[in-house]
Design a protein around this ligand. Structure first.
Ligand SMILES: [Zn+2]
Length: 606
Protein backbone atom coordinates (compact mmCIF):
# COMPACT_ATOMS: atom_id res chain seq x y z
CA UNK A 1 0.00 0.00 0.00
CA UNK A 2 1.21 3.45 -0.81
CA UNK A 3 1.19 5.86 2.02
CA UNK A 4 -0.45 9.03 0.88
CA UNK A 5 0.13 12.29 2.58
CA UNK A 6 -3.15 14.14 2.47
CA UNK A 7 -1.58 17.54 2.23
CA UNK A 8 -4.57 19.72 2.54
CA UNK A 9 -2.28 22.30 4.03
CA UNK A 10 0.03 24.12 1.70
CA UNK A 11 3.09 22.25 0.56
CA UNK A 12 5.87 23.41 -1.69
CA UNK A 13 7.35 21.23 -4.40
CA UNK A 14 10.88 21.38 -5.73
CA UNK A 15 10.29 24.54 -7.72
CA UNK A 16 8.64 26.22 -4.77
CA UNK A 17 5.38 25.99 -6.65
CA UNK A 18 2.57 25.74 -4.19
CA UNK A 19 0.60 22.55 -4.57
CA UNK A 20 -2.87 23.47 -3.61
CA UNK A 21 -5.46 21.53 -1.73
CA UNK A 22 -6.84 19.68 -4.75
CA UNK A 23 -3.80 17.44 -4.89
CA UNK A 24 -2.25 14.72 -2.81
CA UNK A 25 1.31 13.64 -3.19
CA UNK A 26 4.11 11.64 -1.67
CA UNK A 27 6.95 13.86 -0.57
CA UNK A 28 10.40 12.35 -0.26
CA UNK A 29 13.41 13.82 1.42
CA UNK A 30 16.19 15.02 -0.82
CA UNK A 31 19.36 14.94 1.26
CA UNK A 32 21.28 17.38 -0.90
CA UNK A 33 19.18 20.42 -0.42
CA UNK A 34 16.49 19.43 2.03
CA UNK A 35 13.77 20.34 -0.45
CA UNK A 36 10.74 18.09 -0.44
CA UNK A 37 10.22 16.51 -3.85
CA UNK A 38 7.05 14.82 -4.97
CA UNK A 39 7.19 11.69 -7.04
CA UNK A 40 3.68 12.32 -8.24
CA UNK A 41 0.82 14.72 -7.85
CA UNK A 42 -2.73 13.47 -7.82
CA UNK A 43 -5.00 16.15 -9.18
CA UNK A 44 -8.62 15.75 -8.09
CA UNK A 45 -11.36 17.15 -10.30
CA UNK A 46 -13.67 17.69 -7.31
CA UNK A 47 -11.40 20.42 -5.96
CA UNK A 48 -10.56 22.16 -9.22
CA UNK A 49 -12.11 25.47 -10.18
CA UNK A 50 -13.57 24.60 -13.57
CA UNK A 51 -17.08 26.06 -13.39
CA UNK A 52 -18.85 24.18 -16.18
CA UNK A 53 -21.80 26.18 -17.45
CA UNK A 54 -24.83 23.96 -17.86
CA UNK A 55 -27.40 26.54 -18.87
CA UNK A 56 -28.13 27.57 -22.43
CA UNK A 57 -25.58 29.92 -23.96
CA UNK A 58 -26.05 33.03 -26.07
CA UNK A 59 -26.32 31.97 -29.69
CA UNK A 60 -24.20 34.70 -31.25
CA UNK A 61 -20.93 33.47 -29.74
CA UNK A 62 -18.23 32.10 -31.99
CA UNK A 63 -17.03 28.55 -31.30
CA UNK A 64 -13.96 29.29 -29.19
CA UNK A 65 -15.91 31.71 -27.03
CA UNK A 66 -18.82 29.30 -26.61
CA UNK A 67 -16.62 26.31 -25.80
CA UNK A 68 -14.29 28.16 -23.43
CA UNK A 69 -17.12 29.87 -21.59
CA UNK A 70 -19.20 26.71 -21.30
CA UNK A 71 -16.22 24.59 -20.29
CA UNK A 72 -15.34 26.96 -17.42
CA UNK A 73 -12.12 28.22 -19.00
CA UNK A 74 -12.92 31.93 -19.24
CA UNK A 75 -15.40 34.35 -17.68
CA UNK A 76 -16.49 37.74 -18.95
CA UNK A 77 -15.99 40.67 -16.57
CA UNK A 78 -17.10 43.51 -18.84
CA UNK A 79 -17.35 44.17 -22.55
CA UNK A 80 -13.97 43.24 -24.02
CA UNK A 81 -12.45 42.01 -20.77
CA UNK A 82 -12.19 38.40 -19.69
CA UNK A 83 -10.71 36.47 -16.79
CA UNK A 84 -8.62 33.47 -17.76
CA UNK A 85 -9.61 30.76 -15.29
CA UNK A 86 -7.04 28.26 -13.95
CA UNK A 87 -7.47 25.58 -16.62
CA UNK A 88 -7.03 28.00 -19.52
CA UNK A 89 -4.24 29.72 -17.59
CA UNK A 90 -2.27 26.47 -17.67
CA UNK A 91 -2.67 26.27 -21.45
CA UNK A 92 -1.65 29.92 -21.70
CA UNK A 93 1.47 29.30 -19.65
CA UNK A 94 2.41 26.32 -21.80
CA UNK A 95 1.98 28.57 -24.82
CA UNK A 96 4.22 31.22 -23.24
CA UNK A 97 6.84 28.50 -22.70
CA UNK A 98 6.81 27.64 -26.42
CA UNK A 99 7.12 31.33 -27.34
CA UNK A 100 9.93 31.92 -24.80
CA UNK A 101 11.88 28.95 -26.16
CA UNK A 102 11.66 30.19 -29.74
CA UNK A 103 12.50 33.78 -28.78
CA UNK A 104 15.56 32.56 -26.88
CA UNK A 105 16.64 30.61 -29.97
CA UNK A 106 16.97 33.89 -31.87
CA UNK A 107 18.69 35.72 -29.02
CA UNK A 108 15.60 37.36 -27.52
CA UNK A 109 16.12 38.81 -24.03
CA UNK A 110 13.01 38.95 -21.88
CA UNK A 111 12.18 42.00 -19.80
CA UNK A 112 9.17 43.89 -18.43
CA UNK A 113 8.20 47.45 -19.27
CA UNK A 114 5.65 49.60 -17.41
CA UNK A 115 2.12 49.43 -18.75
CA UNK A 116 1.34 53.04 -17.82
CA UNK A 117 3.30 55.18 -20.26
CA UNK A 118 3.86 58.95 -19.77
CA UNK A 119 2.30 61.17 -22.45
CA UNK A 120 5.65 62.88 -23.20
CA UNK A 121 7.00 59.71 -24.78
CA UNK A 122 4.03 59.35 -27.11
CA UNK A 123 4.14 63.06 -27.96
CA UNK A 124 7.66 62.60 -29.28
CA UNK A 125 6.42 60.31 -32.04
CA UNK A 126 3.14 62.14 -32.58
CA UNK A 127 1.20 59.01 -31.71
CA UNK A 128 -0.55 60.50 -28.65
CA UNK A 129 -2.91 62.19 -31.14
CA UNK A 130 -2.44 59.95 -34.17
CA UNK A 131 -3.49 56.77 -32.33
CA UNK A 132 -6.95 58.26 -31.89
CA UNK A 133 -9.60 56.89 -29.58
CA UNK A 134 -8.01 53.44 -29.40
CA UNK A 135 -5.55 54.84 -26.87
CA UNK A 136 -6.76 54.53 -23.26
CA UNK A 137 -5.64 57.68 -21.43
CA UNK A 138 -5.61 58.51 -17.73
CA UNK A 139 -4.27 61.06 -15.24
CA UNK A 140 -2.62 60.59 -11.87
CA UNK A 141 -3.38 62.76 -8.81
CA UNK A 142 -0.84 65.34 -10.01
CA UNK A 143 -2.64 65.62 -13.35
CA UNK A 144 0.23 63.88 -15.17
CA UNK A 145 -1.11 62.17 -18.25
CA UNK A 146 -0.49 58.55 -19.20
CA UNK A 147 -1.71 56.00 -21.68
CA UNK A 148 -2.19 52.31 -21.01
CA UNK A 149 0.34 50.85 -23.43
CA UNK A 150 -1.14 49.25 -26.56
CA UNK A 151 2.43 48.82 -27.88
CA UNK A 152 5.87 49.76 -26.53
CA UNK A 153 8.04 51.20 -29.32
CA UNK A 154 8.37 54.54 -27.51
CA UNK A 155 9.31 53.00 -24.16
CA UNK A 156 11.85 50.50 -25.45
CA UNK A 157 13.48 52.97 -27.86
CA UNK A 158 13.87 55.56 -25.11
CA UNK A 159 15.48 52.93 -22.86
CA UNK A 160 17.97 51.78 -25.50
CA UNK A 161 18.53 55.34 -26.79
CA UNK A 162 19.57 56.57 -23.35
CA UNK A 163 22.40 54.05 -23.06
CA UNK A 164 24.61 54.99 -26.05
CA UNK A 165 25.85 51.45 -26.49
CA UNK A 166 28.96 50.54 -28.51
CA UNK A 167 28.18 49.20 -31.98
CA UNK A 168 29.45 45.73 -31.14
CA UNK A 169 26.67 45.41 -28.54
CA UNK A 170 24.18 44.99 -31.40
CA UNK A 171 21.97 43.29 -32.48
CA UNK A 172 19.79 43.62 -29.38
CA UNK A 173 16.41 41.90 -29.28
CA UNK A 174 14.30 42.81 -26.27
CA UNK A 175 10.91 41.31 -25.61
CA UNK A 176 8.20 41.09 -23.01
CA UNK A 177 4.96 39.21 -22.48
CA UNK A 178 2.32 41.28 -20.78
CA UNK A 179 -1.09 42.91 -20.94
CA UNK A 180 -1.78 45.45 -23.64
CA UNK A 181 -4.71 47.86 -23.75
CA UNK A 182 -6.76 49.17 -26.63
CA UNK A 183 -10.17 50.84 -26.56
CA UNK A 184 -11.55 48.66 -29.34
CA UNK A 185 -14.48 50.20 -31.15
CA UNK A 186 -16.26 46.84 -31.20
CA UNK A 187 -14.73 44.39 -28.72
CA UNK A 188 -16.03 40.92 -29.48
CA UNK A 189 -15.39 37.20 -29.82
CA UNK A 190 -14.10 36.56 -26.30
CA UNK A 191 -10.32 36.51 -26.13
CA UNK A 192 -10.02 37.26 -29.84
CA UNK A 193 -10.74 40.98 -29.69
CA UNK A 194 -10.66 42.43 -26.20
CA UNK A 195 -9.81 45.79 -24.69
CA UNK A 196 -7.15 44.09 -22.62
CA UNK A 197 -5.09 41.22 -23.99
CA UNK A 198 -1.86 39.34 -23.47
CA UNK A 199 0.81 40.12 -26.01
CA UNK A 200 4.38 39.15 -26.77
CA UNK A 201 6.21 42.13 -28.24
CA UNK A 202 9.83 42.04 -29.34
CA UNK A 203 11.85 45.03 -30.53
CA UNK A 204 15.11 44.61 -32.41
CA UNK A 205 17.95 47.12 -32.74
CA UNK A 206 20.62 46.81 -35.43
CA UNK A 207 23.42 49.05 -36.67
CA UNK A 208 22.84 48.64 -40.41
CA UNK A 209 19.85 48.09 -42.66
CA UNK A 210 21.36 44.82 -43.88
CA UNK A 211 21.69 43.53 -40.32
CA UNK A 212 18.15 44.66 -39.49
CA UNK A 213 16.84 42.79 -42.49
CA UNK A 214 18.70 39.68 -41.37
CA UNK A 215 17.14 40.03 -37.91
CA UNK A 216 13.71 40.50 -39.49
CA UNK A 217 13.92 37.22 -41.39
CA UNK A 218 15.45 35.39 -38.43
CA UNK A 219 12.55 36.36 -36.14
CA UNK A 220 10.07 35.68 -38.94
CA UNK A 221 11.43 32.12 -39.03
CA UNK A 222 10.95 31.87 -35.24
CA UNK A 223 7.28 32.73 -35.80
CA UNK A 224 7.00 29.92 -38.33
CA UNK A 225 8.59 27.60 -35.75
CA UNK A 226 6.05 28.58 -33.09
CA UNK A 227 3.06 27.97 -35.34
CA UNK A 228 4.59 24.76 -36.72
CA UNK A 229 5.02 23.47 -33.16
CA UNK A 230 1.38 24.25 -32.46
CA UNK A 231 0.39 22.35 -35.64
CA UNK A 232 -2.09 25.04 -36.60
CA UNK A 233 -3.35 25.76 -40.12
CA UNK A 234 -1.78 29.15 -40.79
CA UNK A 235 -0.56 31.48 -43.48
CA UNK A 236 2.20 34.06 -43.43
CA UNK A 237 0.94 36.94 -45.55
CA UNK A 238 2.33 40.23 -46.81
CA UNK A 239 0.65 42.94 -44.83
CA UNK A 240 0.26 46.64 -44.50
CA UNK A 241 2.19 48.23 -41.66
CA UNK A 242 -0.77 50.38 -40.50
CA UNK A 243 0.02 53.03 -37.91
CA UNK A 244 3.11 51.24 -36.56
CA UNK A 245 5.02 52.52 -39.59
CA UNK A 246 7.88 51.10 -41.60
CA UNK A 247 7.81 49.54 -45.01
CA UNK A 248 8.10 45.78 -44.66
CA UNK A 249 5.53 43.78 -42.81
CA UNK A 250 4.10 40.27 -42.55
CA UNK A 251 1.15 38.88 -40.71
CA UNK A 252 0.73 35.38 -39.36
CA UNK A 253 -2.86 34.30 -39.73
CA UNK A 254 -4.51 31.20 -38.29
CA UNK A 255 -6.79 30.07 -41.08
CA UNK A 256 -10.32 29.47 -39.82
CA UNK A 257 -13.78 30.35 -41.01
CA UNK A 258 -14.38 32.54 -37.95
CA UNK A 259 -11.49 34.80 -38.99
CA UNK A 260 -12.15 38.50 -39.47
CA UNK A 261 -9.33 39.07 -41.94
CA UNK A 262 -9.61 38.19 -45.59
CA UNK A 263 -6.56 36.59 -47.12
CA UNK A 264 -5.99 36.48 -50.84
CA UNK A 265 -3.98 33.49 -52.00
CA UNK A 266 -2.77 31.81 -55.14
CA UNK A 267 -2.65 28.03 -54.95
CA UNK A 268 -0.27 27.93 -57.92
CA UNK A 269 2.64 30.07 -56.65
CA UNK A 270 1.81 30.18 -52.93
CA UNK A 271 1.26 33.96 -52.91
CA UNK A 272 -0.55 35.08 -49.74
CA UNK A 273 -1.51 38.62 -48.77
CA UNK A 274 -3.94 40.37 -46.52
CA UNK A 275 -6.70 41.82 -48.68
CA UNK A 276 -5.58 45.30 -47.56
CA UNK A 277 -2.30 44.71 -49.30
CA UNK A 278 -3.25 42.10 -51.89
CA UNK A 279 -2.72 42.81 -55.53
CA UNK A 280 -4.43 41.13 -58.42
CA UNK A 281 -5.08 41.71 -62.08
CA UNK A 282 -8.55 41.97 -63.43
CA UNK A 283 -9.52 39.01 -65.46
CA UNK A 284 -9.86 39.95 -69.15
CA UNK A 285 -13.64 39.95 -69.19
CA UNK A 286 -13.60 42.67 -66.47
CA UNK A 287 -11.36 45.12 -68.32
CA UNK A 288 -13.24 48.16 -69.47
CA UNK A 289 -12.23 49.77 -72.74
CA UNK A 290 -14.38 52.88 -72.50
CA UNK A 291 -13.52 56.25 -70.97
CA UNK A 292 -15.69 56.40 -67.89
CA UNK A 293 -13.53 57.55 -64.96
CA UNK A 294 -14.44 57.06 -61.31
CA UNK A 295 -12.67 59.28 -58.81
CA UNK A 296 -11.53 58.17 -55.37
CA UNK A 297 -10.12 60.70 -52.92
CA UNK A 298 -7.45 59.98 -50.32
CA UNK A 299 -6.18 62.41 -47.72
CA UNK A 300 -2.55 61.93 -46.74
CA UNK A 301 -0.51 63.69 -44.11
CA UNK A 302 3.22 63.15 -43.84
CA UNK A 303 5.68 63.94 -41.06
CA UNK A 304 7.58 66.45 -43.22
CA UNK A 305 7.70 70.00 -41.83
CA UNK A 306 6.53 71.61 -45.11
CA UNK A 307 4.20 70.48 -47.88
CA UNK A 308 2.89 67.73 -45.67
CA UNK A 309 -0.80 67.78 -46.66
CA UNK A 310 -1.75 65.85 -49.74
CA UNK A 311 -4.82 64.94 -51.69
CA UNK A 312 -4.54 61.95 -53.97
CA UNK A 313 -7.14 61.70 -56.70
CA UNK A 314 -7.21 58.13 -57.82
CA UNK A 315 -8.85 57.32 -61.09
CA UNK A 316 -10.14 53.93 -61.99
CA UNK A 317 -12.94 52.64 -64.08
CA UNK A 318 -14.98 50.42 -61.84
CA UNK A 319 -16.95 50.51 -58.63
CA UNK A 320 -14.63 47.85 -57.18
CA UNK A 321 -13.42 48.62 -53.67
CA UNK A 322 -10.46 50.92 -54.05
CA UNK A 323 -7.36 49.93 -52.06
CA UNK A 324 -5.96 53.18 -50.67
CA UNK A 325 -2.90 51.42 -49.25
CA UNK A 326 -1.67 50.75 -52.77
CA UNK A 327 -0.58 54.38 -53.20
CA UNK A 328 1.40 54.45 -49.94
CA UNK A 329 4.62 53.65 -51.74
CA UNK A 330 4.49 57.05 -53.48
CA UNK A 331 4.82 58.95 -50.19
CA UNK A 332 7.60 59.12 -47.63
CA UNK A 333 7.12 59.14 -43.88
CA UNK A 334 3.32 58.96 -43.80
CA UNK A 335 1.61 60.15 -40.64
CA UNK A 336 -1.92 59.27 -41.70
CA UNK A 337 -3.71 58.07 -44.79
CA UNK A 338 -7.47 57.76 -45.19
CA UNK A 339 -10.01 57.66 -47.98
CA UNK A 340 -12.47 60.56 -47.79
CA UNK A 341 -15.81 61.35 -49.40
CA UNK A 342 -16.51 64.20 -51.80
CA UNK A 343 -18.26 66.13 -49.00
CA UNK A 344 -15.30 65.70 -46.65
CA UNK A 345 -13.06 66.94 -49.45
CA UNK A 346 -15.21 70.06 -49.94
CA UNK A 347 -15.00 70.85 -46.20
CA UNK A 348 -11.26 70.36 -46.26
CA UNK A 349 -10.87 72.60 -49.28
CA UNK A 350 -12.73 75.47 -47.58
CA UNK A 351 -10.39 75.16 -44.56
CA UNK A 352 -7.30 75.26 -46.72
CA UNK A 353 -8.38 78.29 -48.70
CA UNK A 354 -6.99 80.40 -45.88
CA UNK A 355 -3.19 80.56 -45.91
CA UNK A 356 -2.43 79.58 -42.29
CA UNK A 357 -3.63 76.01 -42.78
CA UNK A 358 -1.10 75.42 -45.54
CA UNK A 359 -1.69 74.37 -49.10
CA UNK A 360 -2.98 71.06 -50.30
CA UNK A 361 -0.72 69.20 -52.71
CA UNK A 362 -2.44 67.22 -55.40
CA UNK A 363 -1.35 63.99 -57.03
CA UNK A 364 -3.35 62.19 -59.66
CA UNK A 365 -3.06 58.43 -60.01
CA UNK A 366 -4.49 56.28 -62.74
CA UNK A 367 -4.92 52.56 -62.25
CA UNK A 368 -2.66 50.60 -64.57
CA UNK A 369 -5.52 48.20 -65.21
CA UNK A 370 -7.60 51.08 -66.52
CA UNK A 371 -4.95 53.34 -68.00
CA UNK A 372 -5.41 52.43 -71.66
CA UNK A 373 -8.60 54.38 -72.33
CA UNK A 374 -7.45 57.22 -70.04
CA UNK A 375 -4.07 57.68 -71.69
CA UNK A 376 -5.85 58.46 -74.95
CA UNK A 377 -8.00 61.03 -73.17
CA UNK A 378 -5.54 62.70 -70.81
CA UNK A 379 -6.60 66.27 -71.54
CA UNK A 380 -10.26 65.44 -71.04
CA UNK A 381 -9.38 63.71 -67.78
CA UNK A 382 -7.51 66.75 -66.44
CA UNK A 383 -10.36 69.05 -67.41
CA UNK A 384 -12.85 66.84 -65.63
CA UNK A 385 -10.70 66.74 -62.47
CA UNK A 386 -10.25 70.53 -62.50
CA UNK A 387 -13.96 71.14 -62.54
CA UNK A 388 -14.97 68.33 -60.15
CA UNK A 389 -12.37 69.27 -57.54
CA UNK A 390 -12.32 73.07 -58.02
CA UNK A 391 -8.57 73.18 -58.50
CA UNK A 392 -6.14 74.69 -60.94
CA UNK A 393 -3.96 72.14 -62.64
CA UNK A 394 -1.36 72.82 -65.27
CA UNK A 395 -1.96 71.22 -68.61
CA UNK A 396 1.18 69.15 -68.02
CA UNK A 397 0.28 68.09 -64.46
CA UNK A 398 1.88 64.73 -64.01
CA UNK A 399 -0.44 61.77 -63.93
CA UNK A 400 1.05 58.83 -62.11
CA UNK A 401 0.38 55.47 -63.64
CA UNK A 402 0.24 53.19 -60.60
CA UNK A 403 -0.37 49.51 -60.48
CA UNK A 404 -3.50 47.85 -59.22
CA UNK A 405 -5.51 50.24 -57.21
CA UNK A 406 -8.49 48.06 -56.52
CA UNK A 407 -8.78 45.51 -53.74
CA UNK A 408 -7.87 42.14 -55.14
CA UNK A 409 -10.77 39.76 -55.02
CA UNK A 410 -11.52 36.13 -55.58
CA UNK A 411 -11.29 35.26 -59.26
CA UNK A 412 -8.76 37.99 -60.15
CA UNK A 413 -5.64 36.85 -61.96
CA UNK A 414 -2.50 36.32 -59.86
CA UNK A 415 -0.14 39.25 -60.52
CA UNK A 416 3.04 37.44 -59.46
CA UNK A 417 5.57 37.09 -62.26
CA UNK A 418 6.07 33.39 -61.66
CA UNK A 419 2.40 32.76 -62.37
CA UNK A 420 2.52 34.59 -65.68
CA UNK A 421 -1.17 35.41 -65.65
CA UNK A 422 -2.14 31.77 -65.58
CA UNK A 423 -3.73 31.38 -62.17
CA UNK A 424 -6.75 32.81 -60.39
CA UNK A 425 -6.74 34.13 -56.83
CA UNK A 426 -8.75 32.56 -54.04
CA UNK A 427 -9.83 33.86 -50.66
CA UNK A 428 -9.51 32.46 -47.11
CA UNK A 429 -10.39 33.84 -43.72
CA UNK A 430 -7.87 34.20 -40.95
CA UNK A 431 -7.32 35.37 -37.39
CA UNK A 432 -4.23 37.55 -37.15
CA UNK A 433 -2.08 36.13 -34.36
CA UNK A 434 1.27 37.65 -35.24
CA UNK A 435 2.42 40.81 -36.98
CA UNK A 436 6.01 41.76 -37.70
CA UNK A 437 7.35 45.07 -38.99
CA UNK A 438 10.63 46.41 -40.24
CA UNK A 439 10.57 49.91 -38.75
CA UNK A 440 13.80 51.46 -40.02
CA UNK A 441 14.65 54.60 -38.04
CA UNK A 442 11.08 55.82 -37.52
CA UNK A 443 11.36 55.53 -33.72
CA UNK A 444 15.12 55.64 -33.22
CA UNK A 445 15.28 59.09 -34.84
CA UNK A 446 12.66 60.44 -32.40
CA UNK A 447 14.56 59.15 -29.37
CA UNK A 448 18.10 59.72 -30.57
CA UNK A 449 18.77 55.98 -30.35
CA UNK A 450 22.05 55.76 -32.20
CA UNK A 451 25.18 53.71 -32.58
CA UNK A 452 28.62 54.95 -33.41
CA UNK A 453 30.92 53.09 -35.78
CA UNK A 454 34.15 54.55 -37.22
CA UNK A 455 33.14 57.91 -35.76
CA UNK A 456 29.93 57.91 -37.75
CA UNK A 457 26.82 58.24 -35.60
CA UNK A 458 23.74 56.63 -37.11
CA UNK A 459 20.16 56.02 -36.05
CA UNK A 460 19.57 52.41 -35.07
CA UNK A 461 17.55 50.25 -37.46
CA UNK A 462 14.58 48.70 -35.71
CA UNK A 463 12.09 45.90 -36.12
CA UNK A 464 9.05 45.05 -34.05
CA UNK A 465 7.49 41.63 -33.68
CA UNK A 466 4.16 40.97 -31.98
CA UNK A 467 2.17 37.88 -31.06
CA UNK A 468 -1.28 38.16 -29.53
CA UNK A 469 -0.78 35.44 -26.93
CA UNK A 470 -4.31 35.25 -25.51
CA UNK A 471 -5.64 35.63 -29.04
CA UNK A 472 -3.42 32.78 -30.24
CA UNK A 473 -4.85 30.56 -27.50
CA UNK A 474 -8.42 31.35 -28.59
CA UNK A 475 -7.49 31.06 -32.29
CA UNK A 476 -6.04 27.59 -31.61
CA UNK A 477 -9.29 26.52 -29.98
CA UNK A 478 -11.21 28.08 -32.85
CA UNK A 479 -9.17 26.27 -35.50
CA UNK A 480 -8.87 22.85 -33.86
CA UNK A 481 -12.09 22.40 -31.89
CA UNK A 482 -15.57 21.38 -32.85
CA UNK A 483 -18.78 22.84 -31.65
CA UNK A 484 -22.24 21.70 -32.52
CA UNK A 485 -24.07 24.75 -31.30
CA UNK A 486 -26.91 24.07 -28.89
CA UNK A 487 -30.16 23.06 -30.47
CA UNK A 488 -33.11 22.76 -28.07
CA UNK A 489 -30.80 22.62 -25.09
CA UNK A 490 -28.74 19.66 -26.25
CA UNK A 491 -25.25 19.70 -27.62
CA UNK A 492 -23.97 16.60 -29.30
CA UNK A 493 -20.41 17.01 -30.44
CA UNK A 494 -18.78 19.89 -28.59
CA UNK A 495 -15.11 19.30 -28.00
CA UNK A 496 -12.18 21.57 -27.26
CA UNK A 497 -8.85 20.61 -28.75
CA UNK A 498 -5.70 22.45 -27.72
CA UNK A 499 -2.47 22.13 -29.68
CA UNK A 500 -0.66 19.09 -28.22
CA UNK A 501 2.26 21.18 -26.97
CA UNK A 502 0.08 23.34 -24.77
CA UNK A 503 -2.60 20.97 -23.55
CA UNK A 504 -2.80 21.51 -19.76
CA UNK A 505 -3.39 17.84 -18.86
CA UNK A 506 -2.77 14.67 -20.85
CA UNK A 507 -5.12 12.18 -19.19
CA UNK A 508 -8.39 12.35 -17.29
CA UNK A 509 -9.32 9.26 -15.27
CA UNK A 510 -13.01 8.59 -14.70
CA UNK A 511 -13.75 5.73 -12.26
CA UNK A 512 -17.24 4.41 -12.98
CA UNK A 513 -17.81 3.42 -9.36
CA UNK A 514 -16.86 5.08 -6.09
CA UNK A 515 -15.10 1.87 -5.04
CA UNK A 516 -12.63 2.37 -7.92
CA UNK A 517 -11.24 5.59 -6.48
CA UNK A 518 -8.19 3.82 -5.02
CA UNK A 519 -7.46 2.10 -8.35
CA UNK A 520 -7.69 5.48 -10.07
CA UNK A 521 -5.17 6.99 -7.67
CA UNK A 522 -2.89 4.00 -8.01
CA UNK A 523 -2.79 4.03 -11.82
CA UNK A 524 -2.29 7.80 -11.79
CA UNK A 525 0.68 7.41 -9.43
CA UNK A 526 2.22 4.58 -11.43
CA UNK A 527 1.86 6.45 -14.70
CA UNK A 528 3.56 9.49 -13.22
CA UNK A 529 6.36 7.48 -11.66
CA UNK A 530 7.07 5.63 -14.89
CA UNK A 531 6.47 8.46 -17.36
CA UNK A 532 8.02 11.74 -16.14
CA UNK A 533 6.11 13.81 -18.72
CA UNK A 534 2.84 12.89 -17.01
CA UNK A 535 3.81 14.26 -13.60
CA UNK A 536 1.03 16.57 -12.47
CA UNK A 537 -0.77 16.18 -15.79
CA UNK A 538 -3.39 13.58 -14.92
CA UNK A 539 -6.77 14.50 -13.48
CA UNK A 540 -8.83 12.04 -11.44
CA UNK A 541 -12.52 12.81 -11.71
CA UNK A 542 -13.46 11.88 -8.16
CA UNK A 543 -16.85 13.60 -8.06
CA UNK A 544 -19.23 11.00 -6.71
CA UNK A 545 -22.29 13.19 -7.09
CA UNK A 546 -21.97 13.55 -10.88
CA UNK A 547 -22.99 10.79 -13.26
CA UNK A 548 -20.34 9.17 -15.43
CA UNK A 549 -21.91 10.25 -18.73
CA UNK A 550 -21.91 13.86 -17.63
CA UNK A 551 -18.31 13.65 -16.39
CA UNK A 552 -17.23 12.38 -19.81
CA UNK A 553 -19.31 15.05 -21.54
CA UNK A 554 -17.69 17.78 -19.45
CA UNK A 555 -14.21 16.40 -20.02
CA UNK A 556 -14.66 17.10 -23.74
CA UNK A 557 -14.49 20.81 -22.90
CA UNK A 558 -11.05 20.52 -21.36
CA UNK A 559 -9.05 19.51 -24.40
CA UNK A 560 -7.55 16.48 -22.64
CA UNK A 561 -6.55 14.02 -25.35
CA UNK A 562 -6.78 10.79 -23.28
CA UNK A 563 -9.82 9.61 -21.36
CA UNK A 564 -9.24 6.59 -19.09
CA UNK A 565 -12.45 4.99 -17.81
CA UNK A 566 -12.22 2.45 -14.97
CA UNK A 567 -14.88 -0.21 -14.52
CA UNK A 568 -15.35 -3.59 -12.83
CA UNK A 569 -15.75 -6.63 -15.06
CA UNK A 570 -17.77 -9.81 -14.45
CA UNK A 571 -14.96 -11.48 -12.53
CA UNK A 572 -14.82 -8.42 -10.23
CA UNK A 573 -11.48 -7.27 -11.67
CA UNK A 574 -10.82 -3.63 -12.56
CA UNK A 575 -10.71 -3.03 -16.29
CA UNK A 576 -9.41 0.02 -18.10
CA UNK A 577 -10.72 1.62 -21.25
CA UNK A 578 -8.60 4.21 -23.06
CA UNK A 579 -10.11 6.66 -25.49
CA UNK A 580 -7.83 8.90 -27.50
CA UNK A 581 -9.35 11.73 -29.47
CA UNK A 582 -7.18 14.33 -31.15
CA UNK A 583 -7.98 16.06 -34.40
CA UNK A 584 -8.94 13.48 -36.98
CA UNK A 585 -7.34 10.61 -35.06
CA UNK A 586 -9.44 8.54 -32.69
CA UNK A 587 -8.46 5.36 -30.86
CA UNK A 588 -10.33 3.15 -28.46
CA UNK A 589 -8.93 0.32 -26.35
CA UNK A 590 -11.32 -1.59 -24.17
CA UNK A 591 -10.92 -4.15 -21.36
CA UNK A 592 -7.27 -3.56 -20.63
CA UNK A 593 -5.74 -4.66 -17.35
CA UNK A 594 -3.46 -2.40 -15.34
CA UNK A 595 -0.11 -3.55 -16.84
CA UNK A 596 -1.53 -3.26 -20.38
CA UNK A 597 -2.73 0.25 -19.60
CA UNK A 598 0.69 1.26 -18.32
CA UNK A 599 2.30 -0.22 -21.44
CA UNK A 600 -0.17 1.60 -23.68
CA UNK A 601 0.81 4.97 -22.21
CA UNK A 602 4.53 4.13 -22.12
CA UNK A 603 4.28 3.47 -25.86
CA UNK A 604 2.63 6.82 -26.37
CA UNK A 605 4.84 8.99 -24.19
CA UNK A 606 8.29 7.41 -23.99
ZN1 LIG B 1 0.31 32.95 -58.32
Amino acid sequence: MLSINKNFKILKNSNNVIISSFTTSTPTQNNNNNVKRNKYINVFRSKMFIPFQDQKMETDLIESQLLMQKGGLIRKLAVGSYSTLPFAQKALENLIKVIDEEMEQVGGQKMTMPKMIPKELWDKTGRWDAFGKDLIKLKDRRENEYCMGPTHEEVVTSIVGNEKLPFNNFPIKLYQIGEKFRDEIRPRFGLLRGKEFLMKDMYSFDVTKEDAEKTYYQVKQAYHNILDRLELPYACVEADSGNIGGNMSHEFQVVTKAGEDKLIHCSNCGYHANIEKAVGLKSKENINDTFDPIFNIVRIETNQKKNNKHIAIVVNDSQDTFNHYSIKKHYNNIKSIEPITKNQYTDLLSKHNSKENGELNYQIFVDTNASKPFSKNQDALLEQIKSEFSINLNKDHKIIDSDILIEAKEGDICAQESCNGSSKLGIKKGIEVGHIFYLGNKYSSSFNATSCKNNIVKDLEMGCFGIGVSRLLAASVEALSKSGKEIDGTVTKDKITFPKEITPYHIIIVPKKESLQKDAEEISQQLQQQIPELKGRIIIDDRHDANVGHKIFESKFLGIPYLLVLNIDKSKQTNYKVEYDYGQIKEENNYLNQPDTLDYFKNKFI
